[in-house]
Design a protein around this ligand. Structure first.
Ligand code: SAH
Length: 515
């Protein structure tokens, strides 16, 4: 008489014997056949001795599930095994999809500790409030879905756990997702990087969202991106639940003296500074918003109200609403696309106008241009082996990642700040290939640097007059070195100005309500 088969869909946890659920051990012990993937069977060896074991490579999930069902149909007690929780990016759903109407054998799903809660425990308690998980693998779903979901999750300020972060064939996606997250979340958001949780070679690190883009990951890594309340304590990260209130440390102390119904100028550029001074001079209430505390200092000295810091959209919304902001002026750098997007969205949400100032382009017309780092890097690599990036430090890691075969030597000129140097160090640029100096630079100074390093290609941005573009152009021309320009990101902005006085006039009109 053939006995009735059974299928156990068994979760075996992150990779540590002590975290294999009791119920999973029982199912494995009772099974005659174990179907799985080698790696995930390593920490359940004591419960699968002397059993029929069928392993398949990682990519053959469908064959694994079909085989398990087939064996159960033959009357065998079968365990189909997944790491973590078998129901979370695991095999359970595939087995259920392939289960037929006529299959009557019992099926039991046994829950386990998924990477999200294993990694969260190692980090502390980052998932204590609402959170979501997002897999960055597009093997089974279109990449656009992943981007759209990332956007919604960040917009809702959920803590996000990223699974399947990066593989050799999917090396760029994670950086795209981090960019999307940064459009809504502050670059100061606390994050955790956990690799091989509860396995040999476990590593656990905390850092800020802004730092993640310089890092490399793999398929053994899970990232936890906090919400705006997530904070560190000792070696831990935690996300408060509200027991001790919802105070946000950033900004609260700066906010006391801010005027209401003011024009908020988002600056950080010399043009922005000119706009602020002009408005202030005309007696229009103005608040400057800059990225760093260093940038805030000069405004404090001039007794002009200033706030600083990278805020997520949610928090920025709150602050502007609290102070009844009348008008937003976006005078950020032409390449500060995250900030421009955030301000455009806030303008819609808060129903207040946003005027954008964009300094005129000074492109001459005969330079080589590309509209993405990928294209610009490809052009640069085609043109020479010693490349100078005069594009600022933020995107250097991204440029270097495009040099898959390490064909070129990359040199960088950046601002003399500890943040820039840290970024370049993380990107792997040797100190001897960094020139940290404050611009503007004359044609001669540019030439000297190009000659000293025997540069063969110069890469820069369309940074206009204030960015010293023409001086770079002329230096490259004089030495016969190709110049490659990363074009500005394009935005659909309703009210954009390239003339400061026109923007000031419009600001006066809005403030006087005489539209
Ligand atoms: N069913 C599994 C997830 C499979 S998807 C679970 O519930 O955990 C595979 C991804 O999970 C990996 O790319 C990685 O992002 C994450 N992961 C699985 N085990 C992990 C571990 N021990 N440490 C860190 N991340 C892990």
């Amino acid at each position: 008489m053939s006995t009735e088969g059974a299928l156990f869909l068994v979760s075996v946890g992150p990779g540590f014997m002590d975290l294999v659920p009791e119920r999973a051990k029982k199912a494995l012990t009772e099974s005659q056949v174990i179907v799985g993937y080698d790696l995930y069977l390593r920490w359940v060896l004591p419960w699968i001795q002397n059993k029929q074991i069928e392993t398949f490579p990682l990519t053959q999930e469908r064959r694994r599930a079909e085989r398990a069902l087939e064996l159960a149909r033959q009357g065998k007690q079968v365990s189909l095994v997944s790491s973590g929780d078998i129901g979370i990016y695991g095999m359970a759903t595939l087995a259920l999809e392939l289960l037929k109407e006529e299959d009557t054998f019992p099926v039991e799903v046994i829950p386990g500790i998924s990477a999200a809660n294993a990694c969260a425990a190692l980090l502390g308690a980052p998932l204590a409030h609402d959170f979501a998980t997002l897999s960055l693998s597009d093997l089974l779903c279109p990449w656009e879905w992943i981007e759209t979901r990332a956007q919604h999750l960040a917009q809702a300020d959920l803590v996000v756990v990223l699974y399947n972060v990066q593989s050799r064939s999917r090396s760029q996606g994670v950086y795209r997702i981090l960019e999307i997250l940064k459009t809504f979340k502050s670059t100061e958001t606390w994050c955790g990087i956990v690799r091989n949780a509860y396995r040999e070679e476990q590593s656990v690190e905390c850092c800020k969202l802004g730092e993640l883009s310089h890092r490399q990951f793999d398929m053994l890594t899970t990232l936890v991106i906090g919400n705006r309340f997530t904070q560190p304590k000792r070696e831990f990260l935690f996300t408060p639940r509200g027991y001790v209130g919802w105070a946000e440390p950033s900004l609260s102390a700066q906010q006391t003296e801010l005027p209401r119904k003011a024009v908020w100028v988002f600056s950080g550029t010399s043009d922005g500074n000119e706009i602020v001074r002009s408005l202030h001079h005309q007696g229009i209430p103005v608040i400057v918003s800059v990225a760093t505390e260093q940038g805030a200092q000069t405004w404090r000295e001039q007794k002009i109200p200033v706030v600083w810091g990278s805020l997520g959209r949610e928090r920025r919304h709150q602050v502007l609403h609290q102070h009844q902001a009348s008008l937003l002026v976006d005078a950020t750098h032409p390449y500060a696309s995250r900030m421009t997007l955030q301000l455009q969205q806030l303008s819609v949400d808060l129903e207040i106008p946003c005027l954008r100032y964009e300094r005129p382009s000074t492109l001459v017309g005969d330079e080589l241009c590309g509209d993405s780092i990928e294209k610009v890097s490809a052009l640069a690599l085609k043109s020479g082996k010693r490349i100078l990036l005069a594009t600022g430090s933020h995107q250097v890691a991204e440029f270097l990642r495009q040099d898959h075969h390490r064909q070129a030597e990359w040199f960088v000129r950046c601002a003399p700040t500890s943040e820039s140097l840290r970024e370049l160090e993380q990107a792997g640029v040797p100190l001897s290939q960094i020139c940290a100096q404050q611009g503007p630079f004359s044609v001669e100074e540019n030439q000297m640097l190009l000659e000293r390093w025997k540069i063969e290609v110069l890469v820069t941005k369309d940074s206009g007059k204030a960015g010293g573009y023409l001086e770079k152009y002329q230096a490259a021309k004089a030495l016969g070195i190709p110049l490659i320009v990363l074009q500005r990101p394009r935005f659909h902005v309703a009210q954009s100005y390239s003339d400061i006085s026109a923007l000031i006039t419009r600001t006066q009109q809005v403030m006087n309500n005489d539209d």
